[in-house]
Design a protein around this ligand. Structure first.
Ligand SMILES: Nc1ncnc2c1ncn2[C@@H]1O[C@H](COP(=O)(O)OP(=O)(O)OP(=O)(O)O)[C@@H](O)[C@H]1O
Ligand code: SF4
Ligand SMILES: [Mg+2]
Length: 376
């Protein structure tokens, strides 16, 4: 069974904090393909403030990773990237490769789903953290080693001193991910981008990784982009949330806006698919269907084919992201206002009925199966 999640907003969540540290504007990424251009990212804008956590959420293929890889300039050369990524007064998209290498790791740290992509299998984890420490501080080898142990302790690796001499393959997936976070801490970045950092891990370990990320933020004061397909992961972590669908942000707001007064049916659907601690008896309402292909997209709202609120107007024009309940709360839906006071079970009601019908059919089929065996 899926774990239950507390959807309370992060303590002190209020959206805007310090200065803007990273500003993504009009980001567009297209890949050529035999079937036509793959419009992976279509107009992503966000401003990340010092110390804040921006959660980016959306189903598989919505463009979350491509957005971050574009920021880090890690996309293949075939990718056509437009827009700007302002960091430290410069546009990262125009930097030379040498300058960009300096930014990666030390100023903007990236944490991937698979920690082995960032770890070197032939060095001990302690040595790898110590190396990061020495890259940024003029300290002795011994001081760097001691700092490495301290950082392993901060990400709650038990027996940090002994563990420092382990090789990556001697650690569990969760421990490895904590080592990657410790390396990010040693690099003292301004921004941490974590792309599905907990996806391959079980629920208890997920919580530990999220704690380690919070510790890394405390230690470095970094802003964080936390990418996940699971709204539950960012509940309690994110100050602000950007929901993506078919390469575009479709709802943006504080965690409170998005969790408590969503104005885009897709967000409501994501919330309805989540078990909630505050409503243990409520049924789940999965969103029917699958996301559209981002090749040769038809005009109109990309969520249209799955949306219970869909009308003919939705097929004519794609809704712009626009202000809804307050200045920082935007949604891309022609009928955003009609969601006021609505729950997932109100909007996706037919899906609940379908599920009941399916459950009935399944029960009938089971009965028929038993009968069939008896008859055979
Ligand atoms: N190198 C590439 N060449 C062609 N298309 C690509 C490439 N990388 C990604 N895409 C396409 O871009 C779209 C967005 O992919 P992306 O990896 O950003 O999704 P995602 O939201 O991170 O999904 P997931 O939750 O599965 O990680 C998808 O349609 C994907 O197939
Ligand atoms: S614009 Fe129409 S199809 Fe798109 S989310 Fe809103 S109601 Fe649904
Ligand atoms: Mg991804």
């Amino acid at each position: 069974m899926a774990e239950e999640i507390d959807l309370s907003p992060a303590p002190g969540a209020r959206g805007v904090r310090g200065d803007v540290v990273l500003e993504v504007s009009g980001l567009d990424v297209t890949f050529p393909s035999a079937d036509g251009p793959v419009r992976a990212v279509r107009g992503v804008d966000y401003a990340l403030h010092r110390g804040e956590v921006l959660g980016i959420v959306g189903e598989s293929g919505s463009g979350k990773s491509v957005t971050s890889m574009a920021v880090m300039r890690l996309l293949p050369n075939t990718a056509q990237v437009k827009g700007s990524v302002r960091f430290d007064g410069r546009d990262l998209l125009t930097l030379s490769e040498v300058e960009m290498t300096r930014v990666r790791g030390s100023r903007i740290a990236m944490i991937f789903q698979d920690p082995m992509t960032s770890l070197n299998p032939v060095y001990t984890v302690g040595a790898q953290i110590a190396e990061a420490v020495r890259a940024h501080h003029d300290v002795s080898k011994q001081a760097a080693t001691e700092r490495a142990v301290e950082l392993l302790d901060k990400v709650r690796i038990p027996n940090a001193k002994d563990r420092a001499s382990s090789y990556p393959h001697e650690l569990s997936g969760g421990m490895r991910q904590r080592v990657v976070i410790a390396i990010a801490m040693a690099n003292d970045p301004d921004v941490i981008i974590a792309d599905e950092p907990t996806t391959a891990l079980d629920v208890t370990v997920q919580a530990q990784i999220l704690e380690a990320l919070a510790a890394a933020q405390d230690e470095t004061g970094a802003a964080m982009v936390l990418i996940t397909h699971d709204l539950g992961v960012i509940a309690g972590q994110a100050d602000r949330v950007m929901v993506m669908y078919a390469g575009k942000p479709v709802e943006v707001g504080t965690a409170e806006d998005v969790f408590y007064t969503p104005r885009m049916p897709y967000t409501l659907g994501l919330l309805g698919s989540l078990p909630r601690l505050d409503r243990p008896s409520e049924r789940l309402t999965p969103i029917p269907g699958a996301p559209p292909s981002v090749v040769n997209m038809p005009p109109g709202c990309p969520f249209g084919p799955r949306c219970p609120k869909h009308t003919a107007r939705c097929d004519e024009s794609e809704p712009e992201l626009r202000v809804t309940t307050g200045p920082g709360h935007l949604a891309a839906c022609h009928y955003a206002e009609t969601l006021a006071g609505q729950e997932a079970t109100d909007v996706f009601a037919s899906e609940v009925a379908d599920h009941e019908a399916l459950a009935g059919l399944a029960a009938a089929a089971e009965g028929a199966g038993t009968d069939g065996e008896a008859r055979a």
